[in-house]
Design a binder for this molecule. Sequence first.
Ligand SMILES: C[S@@+](CC[C@H](N)C(=O)[O-])C[C@H]1O[C@@H](n2cnc3c(N)ncnc32)[C@H](O)[C@@H]1O
Length: 377
Amino acid sequence: MSPAEPEAVSGESATGSDTGSATESDTAQWYRHCGTVDAPGSSPCYAAWTVGIAGDAELIRRIDRWPHNKRQPLLILAAARFLGAQVSPYRDFRIFLEEHWAQVSDIVLSRATQTNEAGRCATLLPSLAQISAVEDRPLALIEVGASAGLALFPDRYGYEFVRAGADGDAAEAGTDPAAAAEERTTRLLPAGAAPGMYPVLRCVTSGPVPLPAEVPRVVWRAGIDLNPLDVRNPDDVAWLEALVWPEQEFRLERLRQAIAIAQERPPLLVAGDLNDQLVALAGRAPADAALVVFHSAVMAYLDAAGRSRFRLTMANLAAERGCHWLSNEGHTVVAQADGSNVVPEMDDARLRGRFLLLQDGEPAAITGPHGQSLEWL
Ligand SMILES: C[S@@+](CC[C@H](N)C(=O)[O-])C[C@H]1O[C@@H](n2cnc3c(N)ncnc32)[C@H](O)[C@@H]1O
């Protein structure tokens, strides 16, 4: 995946497609793929808009004037929503685009897809707790590719881990389905927070997930991003909101709650390339905490050389600093462009749009891309 193909998350990828007609341009096929494959299960509105754009030769011509990495569907859709486009049939959206084209173009050219999904903390939490327990120390966290840093607050969120049950379990056993679901649920609360003041991250689990008894303590947190978003800047907050797909209200609510927590004491975010900044930032972490470097939906932005430089840095940090590493990334990261596989024992086909969680380089789990599921391996 090239930097023009930023996220291996449904609809946010920039891969070409084979679902369009033979005469459609690459860009039109890209939008058609989004509208027919990526979007329908998540956002009927985005599905209709991207299919509409795919069939709109004039719009495709305009989009093709932008640099390749600016042509991806999510960027123009988020830009339009940032400017006020509402869920509507395509013809109304088309009128909106016509009336606001210059502003849409400005936003597309000045912004990037930087979706910040606090929900991913649910899939990282068991590993973080395990590291803290084994080291018998609280955590110091560094997130590379942190966006606004919302995943740096795993200790400030609540969790609801629901063990997947076989369909019909409750009915067969003659039990109340709600009671059966409750029996399969493990709740963890952030220390000292009043209910309603934090998002509750719900995650369906399968396999022997090492669920902790409590949320691990974090004593230091910092992130690196090419373009850190600032939770105190209303434009950045509006952009983060525009990146959430329109019909996903629960994600928007979760985002707003996470932003409110980050606004209380914004995390240290260093601007720059993760490969240039990581070692210096790791040197600032308190020596008496267990240091964990983690990332989600980031490696797809790096080319093969950037990824291998990062792996080398992580190996050095592990050897010299005892640093731990959590990598939560999609299939393009597991299967490399040259055909090699960073996890030879891991069958790429098992991911099916999900992420692979590697703990210190070893496969630990297959995770839902927004933190909605955790299949322990
Ligand atoms: C899709 S967002 C994911 C944000 C966050 N990790 C999460 O899971 O919510 C990817 C982020 O990685 C950042 N990024 C991409 N390449 C980077 C690099 N070479 N160095 C630092 N940050 C980078 C982007 O700016 C963007 O904010």
